[in-house]
Design a protein around this ligand. Structure first.
Ligand SMILES: Cc1cc2nc3c(=O)[nH]c(=O)nc-3n(C[C@H](O)[C@H](O)[C@H](O)COP(=O)(O)OP(=O)(O)OC[C@H]3O[C@@H](n4cnc5c(N)ncnc54)[C@H](O)[C@@H]3O)c2cc1C
Length: 385
C-alpha cells in the first residue's frame, strides 16, 4: 500500500497552499466579521478545479478521490482559510450522487458541485436522535409519484448558501426497527422547508441551522439511490465526511502551530526566545508529531476509500477523525498558551480556534462514539447501550 504522496499530490498541496495564501486568515476574518461567505475564494478554487477534484471527469470533476480533496481542505486550513462546505458539498453529496445517483441527477448536480457554482448541504442530525442516528424520525411517505417529507434536523451547516440539502430520512414503512435510511435532495426554497439559525459560539462563515420539514413535497427523482439500499449508501457519504473532517482538523492544527512556532522564535522575556525553553518547545514538538501521525491515518483512510474498500475505510476513517481532532485540540491549546496573553487577543487570531477546534471533536461523530465503534467493532468488546 502506498501511503506516501505522489509528486502530483505534492504539486496539488503546493498549488492549493499558494491559492490559500493569497487569501489567508485576514480574508476569512473580514468575511466572518461582515457576516458574509468566502465567495471569492470558493469561486477561484472552483475555477481551478480544486472543489471537484474528487468527482468524475465526465461530469466536470478532476477524476481523483477523497485523497486529493482532503489535500485541498488541509492546505486551505493550514493557511487559515478553510472551506467547511468542502466536507459536505463535494465530499458527501458529490460522492453519493456520483456513486448512486441516476444519470439525470449526475448531469444536474455534479458539474455545478465540481466547479463550485452549486453547493449542497447535508442533514442527518436530529434533535431527539443526536449521536444515535438509528433513532431519526424524519419520514418520507409516497403520495402518487411524489414523496412527502416530515421531520426536524439540527446543526445542519450552510443551508442558507446551499442550493439544496441532502436530507437523510426513512421511509414510512421503515419507521420502526433498524434504520433503513434514504436520501432526498431538498431544494432550498421548497415549500414547507424552514430553516432557523442556531446561535453558535463560533466564528465561522458557515452557519448552522435547525430545519423543519413540514410536508415537503418532492418529485420522485428527489430520491438519490435505492430506497432499500440502506446503510451502504449512507456510509458511502459518511466515510468521506470523516476523512474530510480529519483534513479540516489537521489544517487548523497546522495553522495554529505555525503561528505559535513563529512567535516562540521571536518572543524573548529572558535571555533566549521563549522557544528555547523546553516547556514551550516540547509540547509544540508533540503537537507536530500528533498532527503528522493523524495525517498518516487520514491518508490510509482515504486510500482505502478511494480503492473501493468501504469496510476497511470505515474503521480507518473513524480513527483518522479521532486522531486528527485530538491532535487539533492539542495543537490549538498549546499554541494559544505559547502566546501568553497575546493568545487571547483578537490581533493574534488564535483564541477563536479554541472553540473551533472542538467542532472536530464532536462532529460529525463524537470522540466517544468513535471509541465505542473501535471498542465494539474492532476489539469485539460488549456494548453497554
Ligand atoms: C459546527 C457544527 C456543524 C455541524 N454540521 C452538521 C451538518 O452539516 N449536518 C448534520 O447533519 N449535522 C451537523 N452537526 C451535528 C453533529 O454531527 C452532532 O452535533 C454530533 O453528531 C453529536 O450529536 P449531538 O450534538 O446531538 O450530541 P449527543 O448525541 O446529544 O451527545 C452528547 C454527548 O454525549 C456523548 N454520548 C452520546 N451517546 C454516547 C454513548 N453511547 N457513549 C458515550 N458517550 C455518548 C457524546 O459523545 C457527546 O459528548 C454539526 C455540529 C456542529 C457543532
Amino acid at each position: 500500500m502506498t501511503v506516501l504522496e505522489t509528486q502530483e499530490h505534492k504539486d496539488l498541496r503546493a498549488a492549493v497552499a499558494a491559492l490559500g495564501s493569497r487569501y489567508g486568515r485576514d480574508y476569512l476574518t473580514r468575511v466572518v466579521r461582515e457576516g458574509g461567505h468566502p465567495e471569492e475564494l470558493w469561486a477561484e478554487a472552483g475555477k481551478l478545479g480544486y472543489l471537484g477534484v474528487n468527482l468524475p471527469e465526465e461530469y466536470g470533476g478532476g477524476g481523483g478521490g477523497i485523497t486529493e480533496l482532503s489535500i485541498v481542505l488541509e492546505e486551505l486550513g493550514a493557511v487559515g482559510s478553510p472551506l467547511l462546505m468542502l466536507v459536505v458539498s463535494p465530499a458527501i453529496c458529490g460522492t453519493v450522487i456520483s456513486r448512486f445517483g441516476t444519470e439525470e441527477q449526475k448531469r444536474a448536480w455534479l458539474p455545478g458541485l465540481a466547479d463550485g457554482t452549486r453547493t449542497m448541504a447535508f442533514g442527518i442530525t436530529e434533535p431527539d436522535a443526536g449521536s444515535n442516528s438509528h433513532r431519526i424520525t424524519t419520514t418520507a411517505r409516497r403520495d402518487g409519484e411524489d414523496w412527502v417529507l416530515t421531520g426536524r434536523k439540527i446543526f445542519v451547516s450552510g443551508v442558507d448558501i446551499a442550493d439544496a440539502t441532502l436530507i437523510v430520512g426513512r421511509t414510512e414503512d421503515a419507521r420502526t426497527g433498524k434504520l433503513k435510511p434514504c436520501l432526498f435532495i431538498v431544494p432550498r426554497d421548497a415549500a414547507g422547508f424552514q430553516r432557523n439559525p442556531v446561535d453558535m459560539e463560533l466564528q465561522a462563515a458557515e452557519k448552522q441551522f435547525e430545519l423543519v420539514l413540514d410536508d415537503v413535497r418532492l418529485p420522485a427523482d428527489a430520491l438519490v439511490g435505492d430506497e432499500d439500499a440502506g446503510l451502504l449508501q449512507l456510509f458511502a457519504g459518511l466515510n468521506p465526511e470523516r476523512i474530510m473532517t480529519a483534513a479540516f482538523a489537521i489544517g487548523m492544527g497546522r495553522f495554529a502551530l505555525a503561528r505559535a512556532v513563529a512567535y516562540a522564535k521571536e518572543r524573548s522575556v529572558w535571555k533566549e526566545p521563549i522557544g528555547a525553553h523546553q516547556a514551550i518547545a516540547h509540547p509544540l514538538a508533540q503537537a507536530h508529531i500528533a498532527l503528522e501521525s493523524a495525517r498518516l491515518m487520514m491518508q490510509k483512510a482515504a486510500h482505502l476509500y478511494d480503492r473501493g474498500d468501504d469496510v476497511g475505510a470505515g474503521e480507518a476513517a473513524n480513527m483518522a477523525k479521532y486522531t486528527a481532532a485530538e491532535a487539533c485540540v492539542q495543537a490549538v491549546d498549546q499554541s494559544v498558551h505559547t502566546l501568553g496573553g497575546n493568545g487571547l487577543t483578537r490581533e493574534y487570531g488564535l483564541a477563536s480556534l479554541i472553540t473551533a477546534s472542538r467542532v472536530a471533536r464532536i462532529a460529525p461523530v463524537s470522540r466517544e462514539m468513535i471509541l465505542n465503534y473501535v471498542s465494539h467493532q474492532t476489539l469485539g468488546l460488549p456494548k453497554s447501550y
